[in-house]
Write a protein that binds this ligand. Structure first.
Ligand code: ATP
Ligand code: LTN
Length: 337
């Protein structure tokens, strides 16, 4: 074994992921992503960022954008990401992202970009604003990942196509210009739950959903949470069991299981002779308990402007240092003087 190989084997692997600041995080973002990000801090070098450049692909009022980016940063910390342990930053504060995004867009085949499901979905949703940024989104995302030489990228199933695209672009660059980028892999934690809308349990819960009754926001208070769970769509069977076709109940059981760690069979047994009313109250209470400390930490963070500003600044500085190094290398290889 060479020294380089040995160093590679003992190196702490790098995890990177981003979240768009398009609204208050939902229970879906938390259980499906951010909660796991927190646990990964123990075993990996973790880089997490607020993808504000990506959020530009859909129109939003500037004032709202400003608020949401800051809120998203604070939410990441409130959910347990420790800025001393992980690198937490805001994408646009590191100019290398936009630069690398452009360089990689020049290696992104039009045909591949046209096949991206997210592009097709968002074009359909906003037919009045099908902009170039929406189209080249995957090149920017590839830059995010490759700049930090990430080994693993924890993302939901909706992002696997973008990850494949990232690997393709990286391999293409390496082939044309010589070995430069590490090819990242997806990271799919076993505990990652997919949370569905409470009103339409066949669609995923999402922070940009306009139906607030369908969505649990991680800053909702206990009363609101219980009320939303009480009005969650279920079925007329009154049987707490995880079975195909019982989308509403399956979703509530998934949430309850993700929070309490109980397996589905135990949950079914727990509520065997109880109605949906008791079950919904139990799920709502468990969720409210889980989210309470996040809400409290968030309030404390927002009250401490100096701390939050310093954390944002420090994140930007540390991230820039890493990203600039990869950017310089890629420029050199491409022949940019
Ligand atoms: P938007 O409504 O703006 O599309 P979103 O709520 O779908 O946002 P993203 O910012 O696209 O969330 O995703 C952030 C992370 O949260 C991703 O890793 C994604 O896979 C995960 N995620 C989003 N929604 C859910 C969900 N309902 N269940 C589990 N994970 C989710
Ligand atoms: N496209 C992702 C957000 C995102 C991201 C990334 C995730 C932007 N850049 C890099 C992982 C790695 C989303 O919409 N969830």
């Amino acid at each position: 074994m060479t020294d380089t190989q040995a160093a590679e084997d003992t190196r702490r692997k790098i995890i990177l992921s981003g979240i768009q600041p398009t609204g208050t995080f939902t229970l879906g973002n938390y259980l499906g992503a951010v909660k796991n990000w927190r646990h990964l801090q123990e075993s990996y070098d973790c880089y997490y960022f607020v993808a504000d450049l990506h959020a530009l692909t859909v129109y939003n009022e500037p004032e709202k954008r400003r608020r949401q980016s800051r809120e998203a940063f604070a939410l990441l910390l409130a959910c347990g990401l420790d800025p001393k342990e992980s690198l937490v930053f805001i994408q646009s504060h590191v100019p290398a992202h936009a630069q690398m995004g452009w360089m990689l867009s020049c290696l992104s085949p039009f045909g591949d970009l046209s096949r991206m499901t997210q592009f097709k979905d968002k074009s359909q949703k906003h037919p009045e604003d099908i902009n170039a940024g929406l189209f080249t989104y995957p090149a920017l995302m590839a830059g995010d990942i490759l700049l930090y030489r990430a080994d693993y990228v924890p993302v939901g199933a909706d992002q696997t196509q973008h990850l494949e695209f990232t690997r393709d672009v990286a391999a293409r660059f390496n082939r044309i210009y010589g070995e430069t980028f590490r090819l990242p892999e997806g990271y799919f934690p076993k505990a990652g739950a997919r949370v569905m809308s409470l009103q339409e349990p066949t669609a995923k819960m999402s922070k940009s959903d306009t139906n607030v009754k369908a969505t649990i926001y991680i800053l909702d208070d206990e009363k609101t949470i219980l009320k939303k769970f009480k009005s969650a769509v279920t079925d007329s069977e009154a049987e707490v069991v995880f079975r195909e076709g019982k989308d509403g109940v399956n979703n509530l059981m998934t949430i309850y299981s993700a929070i309490t760690g109980k397996p589905m069979d135990d949950i079914a047994a727990e509520f065997a002779d109880k109605g949906y009313g008791d079950f919904k109250t139990a799920v709502g209470t468990a969720v409210a308990e889980e989210l309470r400390p996040i809400r409290e930490k968030y309030a404390a963070l927002l009250a401490d402007k100096a701390y939050l500003d310093a954390a944002i600044r420090e994140g930007a500085e540390r991230a820039s240092e890493i990203a600039e190094r990869t950017l310089a290398k890629a420029k050199r290889k491409m022949g940019i003087i």
